[in-house]
Each structure stands twice: as C-alpha cells, then as structure tokens.
Write a protein that binds this ligand. Structure first.
Ligand code: AMP
Ligand code: ZN
Length: 109
C-alpha cells in the first residue's frame, strides 16, 4: 500500500490532524499555499472527487460541511479538488483543499 494519505489515516506517517470524525479527517498541508491550508480527506481511498461522487456522494457533501466548519471565522475561503496530473493533482487519494487567510486571484494559475 503506497498511498501517502492512506498511511496518514492508519497512523503509519505522522501528520498534524486537526479533524477526525466518522469517515473524514483533515490535516495541515505540509507545503501551505496560504495562511490557512488544510486538506479534507475521506478515510476510504478514492482516486479523485468524481470517484467519490459515483460511489459515496454523501461523503462529498460531508467534506464541504467540514470545510465550512473549519473555515469558521475566515472572511472567505477557497475549496479545490485537483483531478489529474495536468490539473495539479499529485496525491491520488481524493482530498479537498481548503485555503484561506489571504486574497486569491482569478483565474487560478
Ligand atoms: P494535490 O497536488 O492537489 O494532489 O495536493 C496534494 C497536497 O498534499 C499538496 O498540497 C502537498 O503539499 C500535500 N502533501 C503531500 N504530502 C503531505 C503530507 N505528508 N502531509 C500533509 N500534506 C501533504
Ligand atoms: Zn489512499
């Protein structure tokens, strides 16, 4: 089992877990791109958001609910799923980025 997020979930790799309830964890991104940069991750391994939607759609809703909970107090925040290497995905265990604490440009890079 080579998946880094599966290893974080089993505790084989240490991480700064800031949320762990039911089917979802959240942790601080190791290479933050904003003052707040959290990753919201389903405990079950899915490759990307589309796979979650097809197999466990309620988990997607719960991930966005957790994002709202963890973004509490931020005046605005950005949630991102990268799908595929061309879109910037580097870890192929689905995760929702939650970024906040600064202004963001549009379109994204
Ligand atoms: P993505 O490029 O969308 O697949 O996002 C993967 C994210 O995981 C990147 O922002 C990485 O900085 C982050 N990351 C990789 N390894 C770890 C780790 N061990 N702990 C926390 N975040 C990680
Ligand atoms: Zn995994």
């Amino acid at each position: 089992m080579e998946c880094i997020f599966c290893k974080i979930i089993t505790g084989d790799i240490p991480s700064k877990l800031i949320y762990d309830r039911n089917e979802i964890i959240a942790l601080e991104d190791i290479n933050p791109q904003a003052p707040t940069h959290l990753l919201i991750v389903p405990k079950k391994h899915f490759e990307n958001a589309g796979e979650i939607a097809e197999n466990n759609p309620e988990t997607l809703g719960e991930m966005f609910r957790v994002a709202k909970e963890l973004a509490n107090g931020l005046p605005g925040y950005r949630t991102i799923f990268n799908t595929g290497a061309e879109a910037g995905q580097s870890v192929f265990h689905a995760h929702l980025h939650l970024l906040g604490g600064r202004a963001f440009g549009w379109p994204p890079g």
